[in-house]
Design a protein around this ligand. Structure first.
Ligand code: ZN
Length: 679
């Protein structure tokens, strides 16, 4: 592992942030650690620097700037290391015992800024080490040698006299004291602190020294592991994710009692390295041992659900496996509560990681971001398990210690309980999503908490729309270039949705065009044929692909179609469009009838005169002329004299998405048009 420290970047950091240079450099190297996933993952690790600060009375006091909870080292800013008065923390060391709640109270009480985030639970450990800079990570390579039955001997072999060895203790006051005592006993030879089954601390007079000691220590561990590592044959996927994931998602949703048309979001990892691990004969056994470092238990649970290679992946088979996993989890919870004589509120018993040989790691979360974090953590768990097995035997903390962290009030606080948004857990596919009504609808669904796959045939416009929505929705936004008149492209779009989010609950079938023409001419008939292909048959193609996914999930679903007022009130010379749209309303009704037994709803929005790309290429001027009005009047020619906006249509689609008792319905969004009242 290479040091990424450069003097130029360090100097830039001190200029970039107008804080004392110690804190700026602390922030800089904390980020360097955080940006290396093999050192630090998602909120893991912590860092500190000791300095001076001035109180409101003007007195200079010693403080510890230490990572505050809620900050991620990869993106940390100077306020992410709040200042805590150092002297009172030292005074606490004399106490024989302190509960975690008392410790947090002391940390918060000694903050210089009462509104700062709560200092890390490992703050006292940082305080009691005398060095100015202290860095802590859960580096993969260090865990590979620290998660061993004879880890101390191996770590001595790697680090020699410089090693300060600390047997496993849960993070908190006791660990801080034991670590400080071990450090004091080691004297000047101390160069690196390894915490059994947990991680590593380095320290130094400067930010660079502490950081580069971390890199050097991790590099030594990496070299030690590399010498012993077997070369695995790369493996490739043998199962089709887009078939298996929706079934798993449906099973998880059903067993957990989630409302229909919703489910967890899945994240699939299928690198050759992951697939090759899953084919190893000891993969199942390793996956049942426990987390690489206790911190990970809140992300992945103590163990993963491993599905036997070549086993059945029908919904019934998956349901049996998930149920058995939950029963094992319940038994673990009860056994631990009994053994420890404690009463705890049980977390949900469902797996966070499902391992499919031939398919990959399937991580599960409430959102794509959550699922991605679980997947990242488990990919690194595989690295640690593989490396530890090469070194000797993977032996991380046992179930009893994992339980203490999983049900630790301070760890529980890291997981925020936010109320579920209206379309939380809903995966939506929107066609024709790059512009106009499609884009407005995708945007609105996103605001209501849905995960959205934007589909359009215009790659450039789609990339722009996707980039725009990603600014707000991040990982909840995906896109796929597809022409809805091409069967293979529609199939691929739905397969992409399944691979990205695990399934589909809602489809807004919107892509279309507005051809004009006289049906009593050969040209008009040609246009009708093309219009039926895009404005009717393509909607059925999309519905068919959607219904296949929805049926495999077994949790219902919602099909929404963009019809038009032309279905009720055709305009002169607009036959190719009006006939296809009238047929589209009939298509919607037919799906409402035929798919109801599967809980799949079908509804349409009947919009009129929305200023979108549909009116490009002279169509707008031509339609206004056909009605004998000016372009501006054309948009306001309705009972309310109000121009209908794409956002008005988006709101109607969103309403139907949540209207669980409504199917076979058309909602009119046209400002009022008596001639087109549906009846
Ligand atoms: Zn730690």
């Amino acid at each position: 592992m290479q040091s990424r420290y450069t003097d130029a970047d360090a100097e830039q950091a001190t200029k970039q942030w107008s804080v004392p240079s110690l804190l700026a450099l602390r922030t800089y190297t904390a980020r360097l650690l955080g940006q290396s996933p093999s050192l630090v993952l998602h909120g893991g690790g912590n860092t500190s620097v000791k300095g001076r600060a001035r109180s409101i009375l003007g007195e200079e006091i010693d403080v510890l700037y230490v990572k505050g909870s809620g900050w991620d080292l990869a993106t940390i800013e100077p306020p992410g290391h709040p200042a805590v008065r150092l002297a009172p923390l030292h005074a606490l060391r004399a106490l024989p015992k302190m509960s975690d709640e008392e410790m947090v109270n002391e940390l918060r009480s000694n903050l210089l800024d009462s509104s700062a985030p709560t200092p890390s639970v490992e703050t006292l450990l940082h305080a009691y080490l005398p060095a100015r800079f202290v860095d802590h990570t859960h580096a993969d390579a260090v865990l590979a040698i620290a998660d061993q039955p004879d880890a101390e001997r191996i770590c001595r072999e790697v680090y020699g006299e410089a090693l300060v060895w600390v047997p496993y203790v849960m993070p908190g006051f006791d660990l801080a004291k034991r670590c400080a005592d071990a450090f004091d006993r080691a004297g000047p030879a101390a160069g690196v602190i390894v915490l059994e089954q947990h991680g590593i601390f380095t320290f130094g007079d400067t930010a660079k020294e502490s950081y580069e000691r971390m890199i050097e220590a991790v590099t030594r561990a990496e070299r030690f592991v590399a010498k012993r590592q077997r070369q695995e044959a790369p493996a490739t996927a043998t199962a089709e994710a887009s078939f298996v994931l929706p079934r798993l998602r449906g099973v998880l949703s059903k067993l957990a009692g989630v409302k229909s048309e919703r489910g967890p979001v899945l994240s699939l990892r299928a690198s050759p390295r992951v697939l090759s691990f899953l084919e190893q004969s000891d993969a199942e056994a390793l996956s049942q041992i426990g987390c690489a470092t206790p911190d990970h238990v809140i992300r992945t649970k103590p163990t993963a659900l491993f599905l036997k290679p070549g086993g059945e992946t029908t919904a019934e088979a998956l349901s049996r496996e998930v149920t058995a996993f939950a029963q094992r989890y319940d038994a673990y919870f009860e056994a631990m509560c009994r053994a420890k004589k404690v009463t705890k509120t049980k977390l949900d018993p469902w797996p966070k990681v499902v391992l499919f040989p031939g398919l990959g790691i399937c991580a599960i979360g409430k959102t794509k971001k959550d699922a991605d974090i679980v997947a990242d953590v488990y990919e690194h768990t595989i690295d640690v398990m593989t490396s530890a097995s090469a070194v000797g035997k993977y032996k991380p903390v046992g179930m009893g210690d994992l339980f203490d962290v999983e049900y630790w009030s301070l760890e529980q606080a890291k997981i925020k309980h936010v109320p579920e948004p209206e379309l939380g857990g809903t995966v939506a596919v929107v066609t024709g999503a790059a512009t106009g009504i499609g884009l407005a609808t995708a945007s609105h669904l996103l605001d209501l908490g849905a995960h959205v796959v934007l589909v359009d045939r215009d790659a450039a416009a789609l990339a722009e729309a996707c980039g725009l929505l990603k600014k707000r929705g991040g990982a909840r936004v995906a896109s796929f270039v597809a022409n809805v008149t091409v069967e293979a492209e529609v199939q691929a779009a739905f397969a992409h949705a399944c691979r990205t989010f695990g399934g589909v609950d809602l489809v807004v079938s919107n892509a279309g065009n507005a051809p004009e023409g006289l049906l009593d001419t050969p040209e008009g008939e040609e246009k009708l044929r093309a219009s039926l292909e895009l404005n009717l048959v393509a909607h059925n193609r999309v519905s068919r692909a959607a219904a296949a996914v929805m049926r495999s999930q077994g949790r219902g679903g919602c099909l929404l179609f963009n019809a038009s007022k032309s279905a009720w009130n055709p305009g002169p010379g607009f036959g190719p469009y009006a006939v296809a749209k009238a047929a589209l309303v009939a298509l919607m009704k037919q799906h409402a009838i035929d798919l109801a037994p599967y809980g799949i709803r079908a509804n349409a929005v009947n919009a009129d005169r929305v200023r979108t790309g549909l009116f490009g290429g002279g169509v707008l001027e031509s339609r206004a002329a056909a009605r004998g009005v000016s372009v501006e009047d054309y948009f306001r020619a309705n009972l309310l004299k109000r121009e209908v906006l794409a956002d008005d249509v988006a709101r109607a689609f969103a309403y139907l998405a949540g209207a669980r008792a409504t199917t076979g319905c058309v909602i009119t969004v046209d400002g009022g048009n008596a001639a087109a009242f549906p009846r």
